[in-house]
Design a protein around this ligand. Sequence first.
Ligand SMILES: [Zn+2]
Length: 63
Amino acid sequence: MARWNPNTSQFCSCCVVPVRETIEHLFLKGEMAISVWDYFSNATGIIGPRIQVKQTMTKWWNA
Ligand SMILES: [Zn+2]
């Protein structure tokens, strides 16, 4: 978000302890992202390492 709007904080607002916002954090490693991935992983049985956004999306696309 900070890349698109330099007036905003570089730290996330999705975690109890804010960390620097990155694509991986927003979509894979943030507390909210982990909750969403865990919910759908449990529902579908698609389990795997969530290291990179592209890798994870490819795994889900091909499942
Ligand atoms: Zn966060």
